[in-house]
Write a protein that binds this ligand. Structure first.
Ligand SMILES: *Cc1c(COP(=O)(O)O)cnc(C)c1O
Length: 411
């Protein structure tokens, strides 16, 4: 069929190009709540793909709390936070989130966002505006999440901040550059847990570097919040870090099971983001009912049930690390719920994901640009709602598929 105008044919061509490179992404529609079993196209699949690490997304008490929140505050906030959308549920949630980090960040205050993407965009662009144009430098870990990459790009064009990427496993290089940096504002940015590899950032060393070179340290703990630490407060609790320089970001749609994110830092930084954080200012506040449900989620996370769920999750992770082995594929050593298996080529990852699907498993193939070229992988995520038997069965299936998938590229 001939396309009717140029932009449309450009779209069709570009997409078909992606398709040839095996890089075309497709949406799948689920017909069930997020849990360890998912219904897709009327088939029940064993799901190892969500970030619902504690198994809270379909928790009856959270469903009830969301319903209660809707009864109390309706379904929409009606406006941005600074106009009239800031509800008592948001306020209570922010106070509780700040309390979670208060032993790690002195004078902590928190700001709630509708998504982690927005939280990163706002925090990075907003903090850089503390300096005059050209007087800030950003140091961002190479494997940081896309929302950080985009935040850094925006900050560097808006405020002409210089940008240096660093390898989080080679901090001497980072230090060597920082040592020569005389800019008044320096911002180091890292994922807490790297989302496609599952390894934890060297948070203690980075905090020391931030202190030594007078920098701020922004940690995006999207995959650590709820999972790490005795009380599930995240990476700072786990490693007993305290610093005035930390800008902590947690997301609330992963282990917390609901939706949203927050920035937690010393009060003046949070105040500044309320003044100057454009994505925060010009966006409608999340429904207060969500904040109300999140209060319940935080109570579960830090209470006995949360502890039990984390204990179970960590048992499952240890079991996986001990029992899983491949002859050609690469299992990554990870102590978090993110357990990637690296296959290399896009074709192999796609074939493996397809075979898994045929055998009733939902595990996504992750390809470039999400991961570096040549490191396409299966990204397996474990939830506290999985059982040891679930893992055993998956191990058998993966080993069988490894034998079936050809080495090398497709013709
Ligand atoms: C998921 C994720 C985000 C984005 O959070 P959303 O709430 O999903 O927008 C940000 N950073 C990291 C590291 C993530 O994994």
């Amino acid at each position: 069929m001939k396309n009717s105008f140029q932009a449309l044919s450009m779209a069709a061509e570009q997409i078909s190009e992606l398709d040839t490179q095996l890089l075309k992404r497709k949406l799948r529609v689920t017909e069930s709540p997020c849990d360890t079993k998912a219904i897709v196209d009327q088939r029940k699949l064993n799901a190892f793909c969500s970030n619902d690490y504690l198994g809270l997304a379909n928790h009856p008490e959270l469903i009830q709390a969301l319903t209660e929140g809707a009864n109390l505050y309706g379904v929409g906030s009606g406006a941005s936070h600074l106009i009239s959308g800031h509800n008592i549920a948001h306020d209570l949630l922010e106070k509780k989130l700040a309390l979670f980090q208060s032993t790690h960040i002195p004078n902590a205050s928190a700001l709630f966002f509708s998504t982690g993407y927005l939280a990163n965009l706002t925090a990075i662009t907003g903090l850089i505006k503390l300096a005059k144009s050209g007087e800030a430098s950003i140091y961002s870990a190479k494997l940081n999440h896309a929302s950080i990459i985009d935040g850094v790009r925006l900050a560097s064009t808006q405020s002409t901040a210089s940008v240096t990427l660093f390898d989080h496993q080679q901090l001497e290089t980072l230090e060597a550059v920082l040592r020569k940096d005389t800019k008044p504002l320096k911002l180091i940015i890292t994922d807490g847990v790297f989302s496609m590899d599952g390894d934890i950032t060297p948070v203690k060393a980075l905090t020391e570097i931030a202190e030594r070179y007078d920098a701020l340290l922004l940690i995006d703990d999207a995959h650590g919040f709820g999972v790490l630490g005795q009380l599930g407060h995240g990476i700072l609790e786990q490693f007993a870090i305290t610093s005035e320089r930390i800008i902590y970001i947690g997301t609330l749609g992963k282990a917390a099971g609901v939706s949203g994110a927050f920035v937690c830092a010393q009060a003046p930084f949070i105040d500044w983001l309320i003044q100057k954080g454009r994505p925060y200012i010009y966006s409608t506040a999340t429904p207060p009912a969500i904040a109300h449900a999140l209060l319940k989620s935080l109570a579960i996370i830090e209470g006995e049930e949360g502890k039990a769920r984390r204990r179970r999750l960590h048992q499952l992770i240890t079991h996986w690390q001990n029992e899983m082995s491949f002859s050609r594929w690469e299992k990554v050593s990870s102590c978090t719920p993110i357990q990637p298996v690296i296959l290399g080529s896009n074709a192999n990852a796609l074939v493996a994901a397809k075979l898994l699907d045929e055998m009733g498993y939902w595990i996504p193939a992750i390809r470039p640009p999400t991961v570096p070229a040549g490191s396409a992988r299966l990204r397996i995520t474990i939830s506290a709602n999985h059982s040891i038997e679930d893992l055993q069965a998956l191990i058998k299936v993966l080993q069988k598929i490894e034998r079936q998938v050809q080495i090398g590229e497709l013709p």
